[in-house]
Design a protein around this ligand. Sequence first.
Ligand SMILES: [Zn+2]
Length: 134
Amino acid sequence: MSGSTPTDVDTPFWMALEAGHLELQRCAACKTWHWPAVVHCRSCGSFDQEWLRVPLKGTVFTWTRTHHPFPGTGGLKTPFVTALVTIEATPVQLMGILEGDQEGLTIEARVTGRVLAGSESTSGKPAIRWRLDR
Ligand SMILES: [Zn+2]
């Protein structure tokens, strides 16, 4: 995607989330996935970047449970779990709140995500919510 500037390089990510799905950036030349988004490939230097729709599925890389509220967590009921998830078929990792039953939460547990529409509690941006696969 030549012509991008550092200020709008991740716009396709946010537009896709606002439409309810996930798109990630990959180098069209060497197929290296990038997140955060880049203007040119860190691997081969190409400016030819593409955005591909990928399933909101992955595995838990790590997680933490928060018991006390802090600024920015106003809309969340404590305790809550934040998971860092490796997106299926990519090395990309995205963070999100884990919702629903947490029985069986372990490293490498499989999860499926959904997009939560932007609200006051997410500073107007859409957010990803994860749920353990059953
Ligand atoms: Zn590349």
